[in-house]
Each structure stands twice: as C-alpha cells, then as structure tokens.
Design a protein around this ligand. Structure first.
Ligand code: ADP
Ligand code: ASP
Ligand code: MG
Length: 465
C-alpha cells in the first residue's frame, strides 16, 4: 500500500484534476492506495485574504468568494457526470453555502481569530476532496472523500498545531478501515480535543500524507508536485539547478526547514520513525525519476547536497559589555521571544559573549524588538546592554549536506565564492552536526550569492548527477 499526495498545482482546475486522476488510476492497478489532496492552487491564500477583508468590513471579500465558488463550479461541471453528478454538486453547494455563512459571521463580528481562520482555510481542502472523489466515481472507480478532522488529532495551537501522532495513528487506522474504495483525504487540516478545526501550518498537506502513511504501514509515500524533484537550489533563482536523485531524511528536513518549500519539514518525522521512503514526483512529468528520500543519502561523493534560502527575514542584534560572563541573558532573551511566539530561525553568538544575534521573519521582527526592550529594560537603562538593533530586508542562505561533516575547507570555499562576488555576509551559523552552514545576506545579494555558491559546490567537477 502507498500514500499519494497531490499539491495545489495538481488539482488547480478540471484539466489538471483529469491528469491527476489518471495517475491515481494507474497506481491503483498495481496496489492499494490512499490519496491526500491540497486545496486548488491559490485557494488557501484567497481564503486568508478574504477573511482579513471581512474582518475589516471591506466588501471585497464577497468578490473573492464568488470567484472561488465559480472556479469550483466550473471544474465540477467539467468533471462530473452520470448519476454521480447531482449528489456531488449538491455537496459542493452545501459546503459553499456554509462558507458564505461563516464569512457573514466574520463580517458581523468584525473578528476572525486564528481558530476561525483554521475553519475558513479548511474549506479549500474539503471542497477539493469532495470534487475529486466525485470525479473518480464518475469514472467508475469507487472512492470516498475523507475529512482528516475525524482522524488527525492535534493540540489547540491554531495556525500550526502539534499533532498527537499516537492518537492520530489509532484514529486513522479505524476510520480508514470503514472506507470502501480509494480514500481521498483532506491534507493540511485536523482537529483539536475540543472538536475545533486546526491546521498543520502552511504547506502542511505533505505532513498529512506521511502521518497517514505511518499509520497504515504504507510501503512508501509519494509527494506529487510541479517540479521533477528536490533540486540543488530553488529553480526560480538558480537556472543551473538540477534534480537531486537521492537524499537522506536529515538533508531533506534541513533543506525544507531552510526554505525548499517543495516538501514540508515535518513530513520527515513520521517517515523516519517508521523507515518509510518518500518519493517526490512531478505530476506534469510522471516519467521523471524524482527524488528519493530515505535513511541513506545515496552513493554520491559530493559534500553539499543542496542550497536553500528563506526570504524576508530580519536580524535582531542584542549587544553590550554587560553581557559578558553574565549567566542568564540568553535565557531571558529567548524566553521573552517565546512568550511573544516569535519563531527564531537562526542564532549566532560570538564566543566573546558580547552579542547575540538572532534571525526571525520580517513580519515578527517588530514584536521581537519590543519584547526584548521590555525584558531587558533594566540592563538597557543601566547601559549594560545597548537597545536591540534591527536590520531588515535580509535573506538566509543555507548549504546542506551530510558529507560536509569532517571535510575541511568547506567554509573556505563557501566564503571564497561569496567574496569573489562581493557579497557581504551579516551573520553565520553552523550546527555542531556540521550538516548545515547558514548565513545571512542582504536581499539585493541573494541571487548572486545563490548562484556563486551553486557554482562552487554543485557545478562542473562538483556536479554528480
Ligand atoms: P505543491 O503545491 O505541490 O505542494 P509547492 O509550491 O508547495 O507545491 O512546492 C513546489 C515548489 O517549490 C516548486 O514549484 C519550486 O518553485 C519550489 N522550490 C523551492 N525550492 C525548491 C527546491 N530546492 N527544489 C524544488 N523546488 C523548490
Ligand atoms: N492548502 C494549504 C496551503 O496552501 C496546504 C498545502 O497546500 O499543503 O498551505
Ligand atoms: Mg507544498
């Protein structure tokens, strides 16, 4: 048995859904499958924008909802036929009416909490699963839409909830045992103990697929997307990037954590636990081999497997003579940030202990600085610590590879490449695992930096394909 997950681009309209169904039916001939689906491409973003507008009382959200409903109805008209058509169409109409009601509520209350937003976002995946299951039945295949809220249990941290894996595995096994035919499962969404809808974080459908795979003892998980596999760098920025045929779970986790959004970092957690291989495949080019993620990084002798980058980050610098040798400053800093729910992506501290530099998303940087000013108010007043300094418009670039460990000269080559392109590096961090070196550069330098690093480690004699 295997789990196949299809992302937003594979289900963006009637034509793409037809192609995706063909892939599903082909796989079904060989073995049992479970399918996990995202919302149509762009739908989650539209729902988020619309809920902001409704909350502010801006009537434009109605237009967005209308466009969304139209897109769904158009695809339904193209795909559904026979006795199936009416039943699925009326289920879609009911869901769309429910979504409309929910928005009326938001508009009236002028409030959309994270809890409500999770419910709003859930409609993208729910609509899509009803539609695709209906289409498969139109084709004569037995298939049923399955709402993951009935089987993935999380805590109540809306927006990016923590999954209770053991409980979810149990629920998934018992729920899927009741489904006849191919289960078409909503990605991304789940529910908390109080019954409220939660989500697993943006791009979380990949994670859903591996939770389901681990629960049912699948032999593999396939993530179907719009590129031939995980590439040596984001193809939008590095034209010489190429598909990496194999990599380890740790490499995939690091690459995705540092911005390779082709797979969600949490996907690797259940997979590692159960030793489940993950295959990334291109739904637009099914013949391509894809990328295999497993416990081994493959038999290639290359130090750097790939490069990733995170855009729109800011650097916050906490600095001052009063920090030297004083225990507890770092813990104060990180507690204050945790309290504000600021997600620190990268940290670097000089061994002089004179400064701590941390990097978070630009959106959270203001809150981070305010939290630090409050927490360190006394030290700042006594001039032991300078007011926190904020530098915006930055990018993190990370080079990742298991084989960097113990190989001398990697940093030399890295900084040599950046130096020759006159890229200024604002901060550096290397974990003791030596699996990753990450650095912060100015936004304007990003493309030059990515390409020069790619040339130094992954092209010419360094390229092993
Ligand atoms: P899906 O909707 O199928 O989940 P995503 O948009 O989430 O697809 O992820 C696929 C996209 O990830 C690609 O189109 C590509 O632009 C981007 N991407 C970023 N880094 C990489 C990388 N290293 N390799 C492949 N794709 C990458
Ligand atoms: N639809 C969700 C999102 O856009 C989840 C996903 O696509 O994986 O974030
Ligand atoms: Mg994705």
């Amino acid at each position: 048995m295997k789990v196949m997950k299809f992302g937003g681009s594979s289900v963006e309209d009637g034509a793409r859904i037809k192609a995706t169904a063909a892939i599903i039916l082909e796989a079904r001939r060989g073995e049992e499958i479970a399918v996990v689906l995202s919302a149509m491409r762009g739908v989650t973003d539209q729902l988020i924008l619309a809920s902001g507008e409704a909350e502010r009382g801006e009537a434009r959200f109605r237009e967005r909802l209308r466009a969304l409903a139209e897109r769904q109805t158009l695809a339904a008209r193209e795909l559904l036929g026979g006795g199936e058509a009416e039943d699925t169409a009326s289920r879609l109409t009911r869901l769309l009416a429910e979504l409309d009601d929910l928005f009326t509520g938001i508009e009236l209350l002028r409030e959309c909490s994270e809890r409500t937003l999770d419910l709003v976002m859930s409609f993208g995946e729910r609509l899509n699963c009803v539609l695709v299951a209906g289409y498969l039945r139109t084709l004569g295949e037995s298939a049923a839409a399955v709402d993951a809220r009935a089987m993935i249990r999380t805590d109540g941290s809306h927006g990016r909830a923590e999954v209770d894996l053991a409980e979810s595995y149990r629920l998934i096994r018992s729920r899927l045992a009741e489904v006849g035919g191919i289960p078409i499962i909503t990605g991304f969404i789940a529910s908390a103990g109080d019954g409220s809808t939660t989500t697993l974080g943006r791009d979380g459908s990949d994670y859903t697929a591996s939770i389901v795979g681990a629960a049912i003892g699948a032999r593999a998980i396939e993530i179907w997307t719009d590129v031939d596999g995980i590439m040596s760098a984001d193809p939008r920025f590095v034209t010489a990037s190429f598909v990496i045929p194999e990599m380890s779970y740790r490499e995939a986790m690091e690459l995705s954590y540092f911005g390779a959004k082709v797979i969600h970092p949490n996907t690797m957690i259940p997979a590692v636990e159960k030793g489940l291989p993950i295959l990334i495949k291109n739904a637009l080019n099914p013949a391509a081999r894809g990328t295999l993620i497993s416990s081994s990084s493959g038999a290639r002798a290359r130090e750097v497997t790939g490069i990733a980058s995170i855009e729109n980050v800011a650097l916050v610098n906490v600095e001052g003579g009063g920090m030297i040798g004083v225990p507890g400053i770092a813990s104060k800093v990180f507690l204050a940030l945790a309290r504000e729910r600021v997600n620190v992506i990268m940290i670097s501290q000089a061994s002089s202990e004179h400064s701590i530099c941390l990097v978070c998303s630009s959106a959270e940087a203001g809150a981070a600085v305010r939290a630090l000013e409050r927490e360190l108010e006394k030290e700042i007043r006594l001039k032991k610590i300078l007011p926190p300094e904020l530098v915006g418009d930055l990018e993190i670039i990370a080079i990742i590879g298991e084989r960097m460990r113990g190989t001398p000269g990697i940093s030399g080559r890295l900084f040599g490449a950046l130096g020759s392109e006159r890229v200024n590096v604002l901060a550096i961090a290397q974990g003791s695992s030596e699996l990753n070196i990450s650095l912060v550069v100015e936004r304007a330098d990003k493309i030059r930096a990515l390409n020069s690093i790619h040339r130094a480690f992954l092209e010419g004699s360094h390229a092993v394909r």
